[in-house]
Design a protein around this ligand. Structure first.
Ligand code: FA5
Ligand code: MG
Length: 416
């Protein structure tokens, strides 16, 4: 009798995110700290450097190619897993699918890991050339250039082969550059290599034009071969700035199966380029912002520096305000013996216990304790607030909470 009532009465646990209730299951790994980011829409804060950059990008394309591109902002990052991965041909075994790398509400719904997730739904509206921006989420390392949330600009342009052939003369000087980007990659069987090269030349000209507007007439761009399941060939573009190459774009020719079916119904020979660009990386360089956490700062000393930005003038250089002193603490623990351990598990607990108060986490030491035959890890945590001086008491409390959480989690036989 008892068993019967347990089965029928037990309700499925749920979690409420942005006013919606989601059933939890073994994939659920979204934390309260991450959920709280969903309501901060940086792109809708007019003087956020990210919103300024998005407007700069729109002005660039509107003046070069008036009326050609649609500009869309997509503010809801919760998408079906199907849309973020399956429809983009990302195989079941791909590492990015692991709950260690991505945030899941449950096995069906997740936080998008890239804006590519929305390409097909925009194509379905009949648009041929568009830019799309929004916030994306990834479980990642902790340092001054990585946050579990960042913003991406996605660009897509669909062509008929004839449109591209009409630009052949204009693009002929780029052949060498394009062949280097393709390298040894095998093209899609349905594609004429000449058309592929013209589409890539158009992508190159488009991205280089944007880089020249953002980083100056002399800015250089270089292409590397890379791999994405949803494009073939695939290329990665780096921009030379301040004496170093920055990885800014992933791009390529979309796989035909990734195009929305209506695109090929309209034109069976349609071919499309697409790219994804990280907005924070570009904004950090343009404004001299040295820590990615600053984008999320509600401190007036940050926001007010950008409120006087004039549309067409040079990006305002950020003047760092005095940094508050850091406090370092180490945490040591034995690895579980019944399962493996991923550093992302630790980072996630840290983000949850001390949102935005941890500047860096590094492995300080690891050793094999031969007496008990176990591995011991020691991580160094640098606590620092962007807004105030941290007290020893506060940090000690965070540390003991952290220790308790780490101990509890590492005793569990499965990953969280
Ligand atoms: C992608 O996300 C692909 N969807 C891009 C793409 C679109 C390829 C369309 C082909 C066609 P990737 O993971 O490399 O690729 O990210 C693209 C860009 O986002 C990077 O070049 C970088 O500028 C930025 N980026 C990636 N990870 C981070 C991070 N953790 N923090 C800040 N920016 C990041
Ligand atoms: Mg990459």
């Amino acid at each position: 009798r008892r068993r019967f009532s347990l089965q029928t009465m037990k309700s499925i646990p749920t979690r409420t995110i942005c006013g919606h209730e989601y059933e939890m299951d073994s994939m659920t790994n979204i934390t309260p700290a991450i959920a709280s980011r969903l309501s901060h829409k940086l792109l809708s804060q007019p003087s956020s450097p990210l919103a300024l950059l998005w407007r700069r990008i729109q002005r660039h394309f509107d003046s070069r190619h008036p009326g050609v591109f649609d500009f869309l902002r997509h503010d809801d990052p919760i998408v079906p897993v199907q849309q973020n991965f399956d429809e983009l041909l990302i195989p079941a075994s791909h590492p990015s699918r692991s709950p260690n790398d991505s945030y899941y509400l449950n096995r069906k719904m997740m936080l998008r890991t890239h804006m590519t997730a929305h390409e097909r739904e925009v194509m379905a509206t009949g648009r041929k050339s568009f830019f799309l921006v929004g916030d994306v989420y990834r479980r990642d390392q902790i340092d001054c250039s990585h946050m579990p949330v960042f913003h991406q600009l996605e660009g897509v342009c669909i062509f008929s082969p004839d449109e591209l052939l009409s630009r052949e003369a204009e693009y002929s000087h780029l052949v060498g550059e394009i062949e280097k980007a393709i390298g040894s990659q095998v093209l899609q069987v349905e594609h004429d290599p000449k058309i592929v090269k013209l589409a890539l030349a158009d992508l190159y000209v488009t991205l280089h034009g944007l880089m020249k507007t953002l980083f100056g007439e002399n800015s250089r761009i270089r292409w590397q071969e890379t791999f994405f399941p949803f494009t073939r060939p695939s290329t990665e573009a780096e921009v030379f700035y301040d004496n170093r190459w920055l990885e800014v774009f992933g791009s390529g020719i979309l796989q035909r199966q990734v195009l929305h079916p209506s695109v090929l119904e309209r034109d069976p020979n349609a071919i499309a380029w697409a790219f994804g660009m990280g907005l924070e990386r570009v904004a950090m360089v343009l404004h001299g912002i040295n820590d990615i956490r600053l984008f999320w700062s509600q401190d007036d000393r940050f926001i007010s520096q950008f409120s006087s930005q004039k549309e067409d003038s040079e990006p305002i250089k950020f003047v760092p305000f005095s940094k508050y002193p850091p406090i370092c603490r180490d945490i040591s623990f034995y690895l579980p013996t019944t399962r493996d351990f991923q550093p992302n598990e630790l980072y996630e607990i840290i983000r949850d216990v001390a949102p935005d108060l941890v500047e860096a986490v590094t492995l300080a030491d690891e050793y094999h304790d031969t007496k008990i035959n176990r591995m011991s890890m020691c991580y160094r945590i640098v606590y620092r607030s962007m807004e105030k001086t941290l007290t020893d008491t506060l940090v000690n409390n965070l540390q003991s909470e952290l220790r308790a959480r780490v101990t509890r989690q590492l005793q569990q036989s499965h990953h969280m």
